[in-house]
Design a protein around this ligand. Structure first.
Ligand code: NAD
Ligand code: 89V
Length: 363
């Protein structure tokens, strides 16, 4: 599909799906580039409350139909789905608008500011019969998918211990100034991805305990988090995140992974080196991000994952199946975020069952 020329490819089993993007800010350009490379879907309209941003994106991607009001967009455009790339404060209102209009929804992370909001969004979409996916893209990175596939194939037997680690000093604040302003920072914005990867690899969580700290004095929220998790499948894992870690070789946005299993070990080292060791020997291979013409350093892995999750969405819509990172699924990741803050604040282990009520009928 090519939005700039108006041409579009069709999926094998149907017409081209008509999508609209709401929120044309910093990250939305990755969504728009990715949509251009996905067969069977086309972004036919854009919406942003900020006219300048709207026109900038519309001109760059050749999308003529433009709205500053999401309600007007949903009233006037015949759509199959909306892709919401605004910041978290507007997510519930926009998801509910789409559900009311009977339009399927993708919603960026953090999916909602609270678990109550998230559950309400999931319930509203379920009642409206509208598919809902959280744009939780990190697990869709090619390196993370390769780790998941190796564990799934039993490459190291049964995992019993893991570590999922993101340590960096990259300046995220210049592109996303709002990240410096919130009372919460690294767990809500970045840890949410790393916790989701831990869930993806090791299964759901029964309890966790966490410590948080702030090293950078110019921001409001925490920028270091260390979380110890017990998973239902018997794995103990550590999720650690930092934006205060100056390394000789800056790794942003790489996630490093260690897994010990009954038959061997798996390591995802820096620069996408995947090592698997068993009694039979050691293998090492590179699991680099896909080469996308529009990718820009150092964001390639994230950009590849944006393309992958949006492709997954189109496949799921066509087949009528729930996306892996559905709104319902994301409640479990959001619960880990909430439990992390609660554990650090109350200096105790949190049983995830304490947050059970938050899942309600959405489970
Ligand atoms: P941004 O502030 O640069 O852009 C948001 C845009 O949404 C703005 O242009 C704003 O005018 C518009 N907007 C806000 N409310 C609106 C409404 N009700 N109707 C219409 N337009 C509205 O933010 P950003 O940095 O692009 O982040 C957007 C989202 O993407 C955030 O939730 C952020 O966490 C997420 N994000 C995800 C990744 C990732 O890898 N998954 C990376 C960066 C950002
Ligand atoms: O993925 C994100 O949500 C981004 C970043 C990678 C910079 O943390 O905010």
């Amino acid at each position: 599909m090519n939005a700039s020329t108006g041409s579009s490819a069709r999926g094998d089993n149907g017409r081209t799906l008509r999508g609209a993007l709401i929120g044309c800010g910093f990250f939305a350009h990755n969504h728009l580039h990715a949509w251009q490379g996905i067969d069977g879907a086309q972004i036919v309209a854009l919406c942003d409350a900020d006219r300048k941003r709207l026109d900038h994106a519309g001109d760059e991607f050749g999308v003529e139909r433009r709205y500053t009001d999401a309600a007007a967009l949903l009233r006037d455009e015949p759509l199959d789905f909306v892709d919401i790339a605004t910041t978290v404060g507007s997510h519930r209102q926009l998801v509910e608008l789409a559900a009311k209009a009977g339009v399927a929804v993708i919603c960026q992370k953090p999916f909602a500011p609270t678990l109550d909001d998230a559950r309400a969004m999931v319930d509203t979409c379920r009642e409206a019969g509208v598919p809902l996916m959280a744009h939780e893209n990190f697990r869709w990175q090619s390196a993370i998918q390769a780790v998941g596939a190796a564990l799934h194939d039993g490459a190291i037997g049964t995992p019993f211990w893991g570590r999922v680690s993101f340590r960096s000093a990259f300046d995220v604040f210049s592109g996303q100034p709002y990240l410096a302003e919130g009372r919460r920072f690294i767990v809500e914005d970045l840890g949410i991805h790393i916790l989701d990867i831990a869930r993806f690899l090791f299964g759901d969580v029964t309890r966790l305990s966490a410590t948080l700290s702030r090293v950078n004095p110019t921001i409001n929220g925490e920028d270091v988090a260390t979380i110890l998790l017990s998973h239902t499948k018997g794995v103990s894992s550590i999720v650690d995140c930092s934006y205060a870690t100056r390394l000789p070789h800056e790794l942003f946005p790489q996630t490093l992974i260690e897994v010990d299993g009954s038959e061997g070990t798996l390591r995802l080292f820096a620069d996408y080196q995947l090592q698997i060791h068993t009694r039979d020997g050691t293998t090492m291979r590179k699991v680099v991000p896909p080469a996308l013409a529009w990718a820009s350093a150092p964001w390639e892995a994230i950009q590849g994952s944006v393309a992958a999750i949006q492709r997954h969405w189109v496949e799921c819509l066509r087949r009528g199946v729930e996306p892996a990172t559905s709104g319902r699924d994301n409640l479990h990741t959001l619960a880990l975020v909430e439990a992390t803050y609660r554990s650090a604040q109350q200096q105790r282990t949190i049983e995830l069952a304490e947050l059970e009520a938050a899942f309600g009928a959405a489970r």
